[in-house]
Design a protein around this ligand. Structure first.
Ligand code: ACO
Length: 330
């Protein structure tokens, strides 16, 4: 192998504070039994007051750089996937660059693709590395979803959590894990199924002193999203495997977006893929959006679930709507 982007290091970070289902029972009319049976989620992590997207990203990035044996000064590009940036501007990727001390960085950009943001960013990094094989690219997914949660809306507040994950990518060498292929899709006609910030953006700006309404927060049509998510992720992973001459039987570990255990089970059934080869941590973290897949990948790698020679398949689905899949060779 040569010319394919190498994965040089992985890392993740989740905040210390845990919000359990019984905690949510105190906040909205719900139950541990409802949340567990409908979603598989038992608890999620919550960022501390004042802990923004870039701070979570900083912890995950430092760990990924350490794993890669790199210094912040080696980083030439930062792609940070998020829908919950610290501010409109400066971007969280620029804040991260400054906090890291990535002084050689030529480009720091936020990527907004909902829960598919990390896989979209991985694909963008492949493009950058094709143009500049000497680049060292920090690809991050970081979210403080709770900043956009309406904690009086039981339809959404039980589903999401906070966290970050990061990967360091470099030009293709003969050895080490690499990205084999990636594929993306989007359908902007379905954006109304998962809007965030229908108020408070440029289309409907707040005036000074105006109170925040429920339209500032995450809203979703859960049932419809469920169907699109299963179909979208199944179609794209099948296409990706097919164009690489592979089938699901060749995949050693499958890491789908951690939104809901029932979506993961329906996806496994549709693909005819065994649940025991699927990495699941949604029970502990909930849906961390763009951070979900990279947290799961880093965690699986650190836990020894991935060994040399393994093929690992990633897939995600999110607001936009967007979806994507990537195939990794370890
Ligand atoms: N506790 C108790 N009852 C609840 C709760 C709750 N937290 N939330 C909703 N309900 C109620 C509803 O009000 C509804 O009551 P009603 O029948 O009196 O109106 C009832 O439960 C059933 O609601 P449904 O929407 O039919 O429940 P469903 O079985 O579809 O589960 C869920 C809802 C979990 C949201 C499911 O549709 C789902 O997971 N969809 C996908 C959502 C998702 O994962 N989105 C993210 C993917 S994209 C991305 O990650 C950005």
């Amino acid at each position: 192998m040569s010319g394919q982007p190498n994965i040089l290091g992985l890392g993740y970070y989740v905040p210390d504070s845990v919000l359990t289902n019984p905690d949510l029972e105190e906040m909205v009319e719900t139950s541990d039994e409802w949340i567990t049976t409908r979603t598989g989620i038992k608890e999620r992590r919550i960022a501390a007051e004042g802990q923004g997207c870039s701070e979570l990203a900083l912890h995950a990035s430092r760990r990924a750089l350490k794993d890669a044996g790199c210094d912040a000064g080696d980083v030439t590009h930062i792609l940070l996937a998020t829908f919950t940036p610290d501010y409109c501007t400066p971007t969280s990727s620029c804040v991260l660059q400054g906090e890291l001390g990535a002084t050689r960085c030529q480009m720091a950009a936020d990527v907004g693709a909902g829960c598919s943001g990390f896989i979209y960013s991985l694909d963008l990094a492949r493009g950058l590395l094709a143009l500049d094989p000497g680049a060292t690219i920090l690809v991050v997914g970081s979210e403080v979803c709770t900043a956009r949660l309406n904690f009086s809306d039981r339809n959404t507040c039980v589903l999401f959590g906070d966290g970050a994950g990061a990967a360091v990518l470099g030009g293709g060498s003969e050895a080490g894990p690499y990205v084999v292929d990636a594929i993306q899709h989007s359908d902007g006609t379905l954006g109304h199924l998962l809007p965030v910030g229908r108020e408070g953006g440029s289309a409907s700006p707040y005036k000074l002193g105006q109170a925040v309404s429920e339209d500032y927060f995450i809203q979703m049509k859960g049932r419809e999203l469920f169907r699109h998510a299963v179909r979208g992720m199944a179609d794209l992973t099948t296409k990706l495997l097919h164009r690489n001459g592979l089938s699901t039987a060749d995949v050693d570990l499958f890491i789908p977006h951690q939104a809901n255990l029932r979506i993961i089970e329906a996806l496994a059934k549709k693909l005819g893929y065994p649940m025991q080869n699927i990495y699941v941590n949604v029970d502990r973290y909930g849906n961390t959006s763009a951070a979900s897949v990279i947290i799961a990948l880093s965690e699986a790698y650190a836990a020894g679930r991935i060994t040399s020679g393994d093929k690992v398949l990633l897939t995600a689905f999110g607001a936009g709507l967007t979806w994507g899949s990537a195939l990794l060779q370890f």
